[in-house]
Write a protein that binds this ligand. Sequence first.
Ligand SMILES: [Zn+2]
Length: 114
Amino acid sequence: MPPKIESPTDVERWFRAQAAGLWPAALGSLSLRKSPCMRDHCAACARGEQHVSYVLYGRIRGRRIAIYVPDELEREIQRALKNGRALQDLLYEAGRRYTNAVKHQRTHAQESEK
Ligand SMILES: [Zn+2]
């Protein structure tokens, strides 16, 4: 909770400091998908077993996207998604604090004109 009445500049400074630690950041969902591989004459694919791999799903300007994620990068992408959720929470809080700050600033400006 902010201890005092903040100015829009205070909110900006707070937001930039918080957001600085949240890179890499990503939004989306990481899930496992079964699919055939690119190899010719793959025994697993021939048996119909296919292969399990991670896929990052998301939406960019309304279009669905799906990106293959190699196993060894799974933890890295999970970390980015965790930061992305934290950044999203931060933006909601920024909305509240910034709105309060500009409302207070406007009220204060009107009072000093009188
Ligand atoms: Zn295969």
